[in-house]
Design a protein around this ligand. Structure first.
Ligand code: SF4
Length: 258
C-alpha cells in the first residue's frame, strides 16, 4: 500500500523529496531478503560494554577488520585464550588506562584509529566517572529509551551505537541499528528522504515493524539489509535487476538497473 512520505510527521521541514513506499510493512522486505540470503549464522551475543566498544571500533570499518580489532583488543588486554564467552574475561580497565598511542596501535586496522583511540578512552573514563565502575550491566534495569539516552551522552557513542547496544547485546531490546548500508537502502526503498539522518531513518522504519517482531527479528533484519548493502546495493553501484527487493523498491522499480 503506497504511503506518501510527506505525511510523516517525524520529519517536519527536512523533506527534500516525496518517495513512494511500495510495501505495507517491513515483513515484505524481510521475506524477500530471507529467501535471497537463506539462514543467518547465529550472532555471538556480548555484554553491553563489549558491544559498545565494538560499535565504536567498527564505525565505517569492514566486518573482517572490525573483528580483527576486537581480537587484538582481547589479546592485548588479557582475554586469551579464545572461547565463546571469552570477552567476559577481558579487563577493559586496562584499555581505559592505556595510553592513546597504545590503543591506537592496537586498533590500527580500524578506520580512523587515532580518533577512535581517543573516543574509546574518553568513553570508558566517562562510564567509570558516572557510575564508579567500568560496567554497563546496570543498564538492564532501565527502560529502553533511558538506556539509549544514557549511552548517547557518552563521548564516543551516537544513535547507531546506542541502538546496537540495546539490540545486539545481552540487553536484547527493540531498536534498529542504522549503519551506512541500512541508511542508504532505506532511502533508496523510499522509506526515508534523501537527507535523512540515521536517527530519522530509524524513526521512519520503526512504525513499519510488524507487531510480532522480537528484538532478535530486528537484529536479523538489520543484518540482512546490511548484507544487501555489501553486495547488490552498495554505495557505488545498484544491481537492481538481481535484487530481491526490486518489486517493492522506489528506486529499483523505476530503474532499468545494472
Ligand atoms: S532494487 Fe536497486 S536500489 Fe532498490 S534495494 Fe535493490 S539494488 Fe538497491
Amino acid at each position: 500500500m503506497p504511503v506518501p512520505f510527506a505525511q510523516n510527521e517525524l520529519f517536519p521541514g527536512v523533506l527534500t523529496s516525496t518517495p513512494k513506499l511500495l510495501f505495507r510493512d517491513l515483513q515484505a522486505v524481510q521475506d524477500r531478503l530471507q529467501r535471497w540470503h537463506g539462514p543467518l549464522e547465529p550472532r555471538e551475543v556480548w555484554d553491553p560494554l563489549t558491544q559498545l566498544i565494538y560499535s565504536i571500533c567498527s564505525s565505517r570499518t569492514k566486518d573482517a577488520e572490525s573483528h580483527a580489532v576486537m581480537l587484538a583488543l582481547r589479546e592485548r588486554y588479557n582475554g586469551w585464550p579464545i572461547g565463546p564467552n571469552s570477552y567476559d574475561e577481558v579487563r577493559w580497565e586496562l584499555l581505559r588506562d592505556a595510553s592513546v598511542a597504545e590503543i591506537e596501535d592496537t586498533i590500527r586496522l580500524a578506520t580512523f584509529p587515532d580518533r577512535k583511540a581517543v573516543q574509546l578512552k574518553r568513553t570508558l573514563q566517562s562510564i567509570t566517572e558516572r557510575t564508579g565502575a567500568l560496567s554497563l550491566s546496570f543498564l538492564s534495569k532501565y527502560r529502553t529509551e533511558k538506556i539509549r539516552t544514557w549511552i548517547e551522552q557518552l563521548p564516543g557513542a551516537g544513535v547507531k551505537a546506542s541502538a546496537a547496544v540495546v539490540n545486539f547485546s545481552s540487553l536484547r531490546r527493540a531498536a534498529m541499528a542504522i549503519d551506512g548500508h541500512h541508511q542508504r537502502i532505506a532511502i533508496r526503498l523510499g522509506a526515508a528522504p534523501q537527507n535523512a539522518t540515521a536517527r530519522q531513518v530509524e524513526e521512519a522504519l520503526m512504525p513499519l515493524v510488524p507487531a510480532g517482531w522480537t528484538p532478535l527479528t530486528l537484529d536479523d533484519h538489520h543484518r540482512l539489509v546490511k548484507k544487501l548493502g555489501q553486495s547488490l546495493c552498495t554505495l557505488r553501484q545498484t544491481q537492481c535487476r538481481r535484487c530481491p527487493l526490486r518489486d517493492i523498491c522506489a528506486t529499483g522499480a523505476g530503474d532499468s538497473g545494472a
